[in-house]
Design a protein around this ligand. Structure first.
Ligand code: TYD
Ligand code: MG
Length: 399
């Protein structure tokens, strides 16, 4: 409807010739009492890379389809190749299919990463039907498809990367992964708007969606769970892109606080929980007198509605005159701190900036702020405090 033109609707036939519609080839399974279902033959495949395991919820689940999204060049192919090599060494043959690079190009990358590649089979192919045949022939322990936008069914009228192709290829891989019980990774490019181009439809069908982020992190990369049918989605894996590929960062708090100015105005350290792991982040606030009738509020990495609430509470309950101020609140280093526990940190950072006075540099803060101006309890206090202590903080303001 948006183009306002006639005769622009194009029909894309779905069924391929000779193929039975899926509702006719349906074979009924059997129901089972839940108490009788065993998990013995359903182990998770534990990856060599702890940071990837963490985001996956403790390893790869049989038959799961995992989508790894990210900007071009962020390191998706590198991550998949490194995972492939480790899996091939420990768990059995892996098929790495690239629709973007030739076998020689993959070899060049592998050499750079120090990967010999025993048990790691590579296939440079864009034809989805051929890929499925190879998957059946090799029957690998894990399959990797790099990327969903580069592969296509040749008998499908739409071109590679279009919504129709991405959906058909995704569905075919989903069916294959479920039928064989083989964990399968698929990469997808993200557009500038932050959507997976085409693969938005894919997000709903896959089991796990991971994003590899790195735009304002320098050489650091965050692997973030967006959806996970088998684990928490709050988990973040931290990596650094080095000359020999992605290496795990085992103490991300150090990274998050690396370039912190200890005496900066409007800066507070808050221990947030990223899934099961405490992480120290630096909340920064900047207030400047506004010339606009409606002052601006910008939230980077914090929840906008919580920021607005904290501002309102400060004005009403604490007599802090933020009304005429443009306000920017930022989590340093591209991290995110969306939980209510950062309320107090935001409030202190705002007050610090408004009064142009730094806070104690060895002090952290955490606590949820209620509308009455009260400080409320937060979860997992001991773990957060342990991380603070570990990183050398001796004071923490809290409920
Ligand atoms: P790549 O995995 O090709 O990104 P994607 O598949 O997401 O498009 O990553 C390419 C970038 O990573 C490129 O800018 C070079 C860099 N890189 C390293 O810094 N070190 C390495 O060992 C490798 C293989 C790549
Ligand atoms: Mg790539």
């Amino acid at each position: 409807p948006s183009c306002g033109e006639w005769n622009t609707l194009v029909e894309i036939p779905r069924g391929r010739a000779g193929e039975k519609p899926s509702w006719l080839s349906y074979s009924p399974g059997t129901s089972q009492e839940l108490s009788k279902v065993t998990l013995e033959d359903f182990p998770r495949l534990v990856l060599d890379m702890g940071e990837a395991n963490r985001v996956l919820g403790g390893g790869l689940v049989r038959g799961s389809l995992v989508l790894v999204g990210g900007d071009p060049g962020v390191g998706k192919s590198t991550l998949l190749l490194q995972l492939s090599a480790a899996l091939a060494m420990n768990s059995g043959p892996v098929l790495y299919v690239s629709g973007e690079e030739s076998s020689q190009q993959i070899k060049l990358r592998a050499e750079r990463l120090g990967i010999v590649g025993q048990g790691l089979h590579v296939l440079a192919e864009t034809d989805m039907a051929a890929i499925l045949r190879h998957l059946d022939i090799l029957s690998p322990t894990v399959a990797m498809i790099d990327s969903i936008q580069s592969v296509a069914f040749s008998d499908h009228p739409a071109g590679p990367g279009t919504l129709g192709q991405v959906r058909e290829c995704g569905l075919a891989l989903l069916r294959w992964a479920k039928a064989k019980g083989t964990p399968t990774f698929v990469t997808g490019h993200v557009t500038k708007e932050g959507n997976l181009a085409g693969p938005r439809a894919l997000e709903h069908m896959v089991d796990v969606v991971l994003y590899l982020e790195g735009s304002n992190l320098g050489s650091y990369r965050l692997l973030r769970g967006e959806k996970n049918r088998f684990g928490s989605t709050n988990e973040v894996g931290v990596f650094e892109m080095r000359d020999k590929g992605l290496t795990q960062v085992l103490n991300p708090s150090e990274v998050a606080l690396a370039s912190r100015d200890r005496h900066a105005v409007g800066s507070v350290v808050v221990p947030v929980m990223e899934g099961t792991r405490p992480l120290l982040v630096e909340i920064q606030a900047l207030t400047t007198p506004s010339s606009l009738p409606t002052p601006r509020r910008v939230a980077n990495g914090v929840d906008m509605s919580r920021l607005l609430m904290v501002i309102a509470v400060l004005i009403k309950r604490a007599g802090i005159h933020l009304s005429g101020q443009d306000i920017i609140v930022n989590v340093a280093g591209g991290f995110r701190a969306m939980e209510p526990a950062v309320d107090l940190g935001m409030a202190l950072a705002l007050a610090s900036s408004l009064r142009n006075t730094p806070l104690l540099d060895s002090m952290a803060a955490l606590g949820e702020i209620g509308l009455g101006g009260e400080l409320r309890n937060i979860s997992q206090l001991p773990r957060r405090l342990a991380e603070l202590k570990h990183m050398g903080f001796d004071t923490c303001l809290g409920p």
